[in-house]
Design a protein around this ligand. Structure first.
Ligand code: FAD
Length: 589
């Protein structure tokens, strides 16, 4: 399990003296080397760039000279034996030198050192290289970062599978004689998904090569404001001095501090699941919790979803919160409102007992499930960078404080993406900020910076949700109640028109307008196709569209329900019937 957990963050080799753990052995990405217990063992022929783990510290020194590099502390483990192994491993690792003078090379010099080859890092590095900068990039795990390996990409692939499962169920209403919807072959699906991700890893590497960017596999830490020490995966070390250094190290999920947390998984672990759990307890009302709970439920896993408050997606517009919460309950997700998981125990037979407490009554109850998934928060990945020693300013959640131009508090060190404090943990945001930064640093575009207003975001819930700009409460606070006009529509999309009432999904749209001219300052949509719909409206809102523009500009496509957003007389969408309405809500007070 140690190897599997690490493997979500790094390439891992598991070394055993005997082949005793067949589950892990069958896990394709974890390569296993079996070696006899002997002090005369020689280092096996390992490809460079591997993070290596051994369960037998006593003989590992013979294997690894130069020493092992542990890219990150072991993540929580599931069994007492594994915990013991992890403890021994960590103890062993703590005695290893962090540098090996014999293997270190002379310091390399460059214009731009990028730490982290994830969404933001690669975008910034490639843009800098296109402007002629000499760029070096370093990555301690798989190329592509969170988005490619344990985020947007495998998530969307899984969501697609979930959407297909839903379509199978809906097909009956259209007259397809399907019987029971077919089950998902999870191992096959996972294998194909992993292969796709691996292909993307390779594409990232090729792109770096194409752009002439030197890339190193290893873990970086600052030794000076202009110099970084890299513990290379092949065992050596490398120093790099740079005129400009970008920190694009992203974040990682965290588990809560409760008894039995080591039995649980995070979103990283979700993508490692070798088989579909029959039942799961999930926790976290944010978008990752909502997405993962929704996907699992749609695929047929009995999902017990615990949220502290009473609504999902509490940072979204209240209309979205209400509609998605109601819809998840309608679909049959077991939603435990006002409850939190307080303890998890292994009760054998592949089951875990989850104890949860109702926040108000403090009453405790239990439920038994195969897996427990926490999506209750992420932390910025800064521990190993030693940036606290440099005195870089951090906020109270350890995000690196940056100004509008992504400058940190130390000259010539910059931060973008999830590791910084700008508040948008989204791939396109990291990419855009990274590119603008390189335009500024290496192409004389002195004012290039990302405007963080009106950034659209979508949630791949069931159904999809899209949001851009201010929520209604935010707009009221910013402009005052009198200046705000709200337009709302709730209707049944044509797709559901022929279904029985209990099978009809919701569609809900809200436009938040401000001032005399009714400038659109917020748009919130929930329903089929919302992610694609939002993209176009995001552009219009960024350009300063008013409600009048929405009314005037469009001769709608038909029959699509998205024209709802664009017209004042929004009548005949759902199967030609007046099945929905747009309400003007008078300003409060
Ligand atoms: C489950 C999930 C679903 C998501 N879905 C979406 C979505 O649908 N749409 C969307 O826009 N966003 C989504 N996100 C968010 C998105 O993945 C992140 O916002 C984005 O990846 C951040 O990019 P980044 O460049 O800041 O960091 P990352 O992409 O995380 O890259 C950071 C890289 O730095 C490396 N690194 C860290 N420390 C060091 C070090 N000391 N030395 C060397 N390398 C180091 C890491 O290994 C990592 O590869 C999702 C995230 C999750 C977890």
């Amino acid at each position: 399990m140690l190897a599997r957990e690490w493997n979500s963050r790094a390439e891992v080799v598991l070394i055993q003296h005997t082949q005793y753990n067949s589950t892990v052995l069958k896990n394709p990405p974890v390569r296993v080397i079996v070696a006899p217990r002997s002090s005369s063992m020689r280092r096996p022929a390992l490809p460079p760039s591997l993070c290596c783990a051994t369960f037998c510290p006593s003989s590992a020194r013979a294997f690894f000279s130069p020493p092992l590099h542990f890219s990150s502390p072991p993540l929580p483990l599931r069994t007492p034996q594994a915990s013991l192994a992890a403890a021994r491993l960590t103890h062993f690792a703590s005695h290893l030198p962090t540098s090996t003078p014999a293997m270190s090379s002379p310091a390399k010099e460059c214009d731009y050192l990028v730490i982290g080859i994830g969404s933001g890092g690669i975008a910034s590095g490639r843009r800098a290289a296109k402007h002629g900068a000499k760029v070096i990039a370093v990555e301690s795990a798989r190329y592509g970062g969170t988005c490619v390996n344990v985020g947007c990409v495998p998530k969307k692939v899984t969501w697609n599978a979930a959407a297909i499962a839903e379509t199978f169920r809906d097909a009956r209403s259209y007259g397809f004689q399907l019987g029971e919807p077919p089950a998902l072959d999870w191992p096959y699906f996972k294998h194909k998904r992993d292969a796709y991700v691996k292909r993307l890893n390779g594409i990232y590497e090729n792109n770096l090569n194409k752009d002439g960017i030197e890339h190193l596999r290893g873990r970086a830490k600052f030794v000076a404001a202009d110099e970084v020490h890299i513990a290379l995966h092949d065992g050596g070390t490398q120093r790099v001095r740079a005129k400009h250094i970008l920190i694009a190290t992203g974040g990682r999920p965290k588990l809560p501090d409760i008894p039995g947390a080591d039995l649980c998984i995070t979103s990283d672990g979700f993508f490692d699941l070798e088989k579909q759990p029959k039942s799961i307890a999930t926790s976290g009302a944010g978008y990752i919790g909502v997405e993962m709970s929704g996907m699992l439920h749609a695929l047929g896993t009995k999902t017990h979803f615990f949220i502290r408050g009473h609504k999902l997606l509490r940072s979204f517009d209240p209309m979205v919160q209400d509609a998605v919460t109601k819809e998840y309950e309608r679909q049959g997700v077991h939603l435990y409102k006002g409850s939190q998981i307080t303890k998890v125990e292994d009760i054998g037979n592949g089951l875990k007992r989850v104890t949860y407490q109702e926040t108000e009554s403090k009453r405790e109850s239990t439920v038994e499930v195969e897996e427990v998934l926490f999506a209750t928060g992420r932390v910025p990945e800064i521990e190993d960078l030693a940036i606290k020693d440099l005195g870089i300013k951090l906020n109270d959640k350890n995000h690196i404080v940056t100004d509008d131009f992504q400058n940190t508090s130390i000259p010539n060190i910059y931060a973008i993406g999830d590791v910084c404090d700008r508040g948008f943990e989204l791939t396109p945001v990291a990419i855009a900020a990274g590119r603008r930064l390189s335009d500024r640093l290496f192409n004389s575009q002195t004012n290039a910076k990302l405007d963080y207003t009106n950034i659209p975001s979508v949630v791949f819930a069931h159904p999809e949700i899209g949001s851009v700009g201010l929520t209604e409460p935010e707009a009221r606070k910013q402009f005052g109640d009198q200046a705000i006009k709200i337009y709302k529509a709730e209707f049944t999309a044509m797709y559901y028109a022929r279904m029985e009432p209990e099978h009809k999904g919701p569609t809900a749209y809200k436009i938040v307008c401000a001032g005399e001219e009714e400038k659109v300052v917020g748009l919130h949509i929930l329903g089929q196709g919302s992610s694609e719909i939002l993209q176009g409206f995001g552009v219009a809102i960024k350009m300063g569209a008013t409600k009048k523009d929405f009314d005037n500009c469009v001769v709608s496509l038909n029959p699509l329900f998205c024209r709802a957003c664009a017209r004042k007389d929004l009548a005949t969408i759902a199967a030609g019937r007046r099945a929905w309405r747009l309400m003007y809500i008078a300003p409060a007070g």
